[in-house]
Design a binder for this molecule. Structure first.
Ligand code: DAH
Length: 374
């Protein structure tokens, strides 16, 4: 076929060649224009410009033409090639636009369709409780401090006026950790009270801090788990007295339980790091197995507190004749159980997502305690 074409061209005079080219151009143009989708256009392109395409074959004949004929045929063929290439591009753009318009007209989005509900996370009641407690204390001017879960014995016991062999060390079923290379002894902290020491050693009074955190004791039943949460409070200033302690805790309990005029009672107690020490009960009523916080005929113990022991101040380099203060410690988990009616503490830490979706909180719903009363 190639030979035949060559033969034909060789025999042609320049004029005949030109009129053949005009025919060729008309024919190829018609082929390109007839392609009414992108696939057909590509086929037409290969048919014209491909390795064995019609125009390509014609270009190959240039080499065997006599010089005279080639002089006119060369530029003419190149011009056809350029025009055809441009035509293909225009045709392609048009077809693409058309295809897109067709796609858009078919693809409609039904905005009335309800969305498929994604699985939603929830805030754990403990996180929510800590958030609520901190909001209340922050309103009273307290700052937040934290300390390590693995604590040395000095911070956890000695500095808090709990010497070795003191029964208070055994009272808290401590998890002991290996000593370090210098023989320094460590425990999983049994109370957040150690952070009182860290704060007083590092900061100058006046001090007004709360310390949320995990604590550990070897215990396990409906109201005890080996890991639980406490929040410690510490206020040190020149003229701090028991009245400030009572006022602070009463205001906290009323805000936390959202009860105005909550009955509150301070019972004398003992803690090595406070003198005097007290346990705090709030009023409640128990009826038909249910518990209601507020005025009632019963009491519920919720925290321990007292005036910071002079020995503790001295251990931290603070002069007890110049400064005094109060401290308190409460169980976050117990407060959460009371406020949200969770009967078994152990379920809090089983990581059951069904439990969490029942007792958890919507992350977008602000804590009730942060909604200011007007
Ligand atoms: N650390 C005590 C405990 O774990 C709680 C406590 C009681 C903390 C009295 C205090 C306090 O700061 O003054 O049982």
């Amino acid at each position: 076929m190639l030979n035949k074409a060559l033969e034909k061209t060789r025999r042609l005079s320049p004029n005949t060649t030109m009129s053949n080219f005009a025919e060729l151009k008309t024919e190829l143009t018609a082929q390109i224009q007839a392609a009414n989708d992108l696939e057909k256009l590509e086929q037409a392109r290969v048919h014209v410009l491909g390795k064995k395409g019609k125009l390509t074959e014609q270009m190959k004949t240039l080499g065997s033409m006599d010089a005279e004929t080639r002089k006119t045929a060369g530029p003419a063929l190149n011009a056809i090639k350029e025009e055809i290439t441009a035509l293909i591009k225009t045709q392609e753009d048009g077809l693409k636009r058309q295809a897109m318009a067709e796609k858009l007209s078919k693809e409609t989005i039904d905005i009335t369709l309800p969305i498929r509900q994604e699985k939603k996370g929830a805030i754990h009641p403990i996180s929510r409780t800590i958030e609520e407690m901190l909001t209340i204390f922050a309103d009273m001017g307290f700052e937040v401090r934290e300390g390590p879960d693995i604590e040395d014995e000095w911070h956890n016991f000695d500095a808090l006026n709990i010497p070795e062999h003191h029964p208070a060390r055994e009272m808290q079923d401590t998890f002991f950790m290996p000593s370090d290379e210098n023989g320094k002894k460590y425990v999983l902290r049994t109370q957040t009270s150690g952070v009182q020491i860290r704060t007083m050693m590092n900061e100058k009074p006046p001090i007004r801090v709360v310390v949320p955190g995990r604590v550990y004791r070897s215990d396990y039943d409906m109201t005890h788990t080996p890991m639980f949460h406490q929040m410690e409070g510490l206020v040190i200033d020149k003229a701090t007295h028991m009245g400030h302690l009572k006022g602070t805790l009463k205001a906290f309990c009323e805000a936390f339980f959202e009860v105005d005029e909550l009955p509150i009672r301070f019972r004398p107690s003992f803690f090595p790091f406070t003198e005097p020490s007290a346990e705090v009960d709030i009023g409640c009523s128990r009826k038909d197995g249910g518990l209601k916080i507020g005025a009632g005929d019963d009491w519920l113990e919720i925290l321990g507190c007292g005036m910071v022991h002079p020995n503790v101040l001295r251990n931290c380099g603070i002069d007890p004749d110049e400064y005094q203060g109060f401290a308190f410690g409460m169980g976050v988990d117990r407060l959460a159980m009371l406020k949200f009616g969770i009967p078994d503490l152990r379920t809090m830490f089983e990581s059951d997502t069904r439990w969490l979706s029942h007792y958890g909180f919507d992350p977008l719903d602000p804590p009730s305690t942060s909604k200011k009363k007007s």
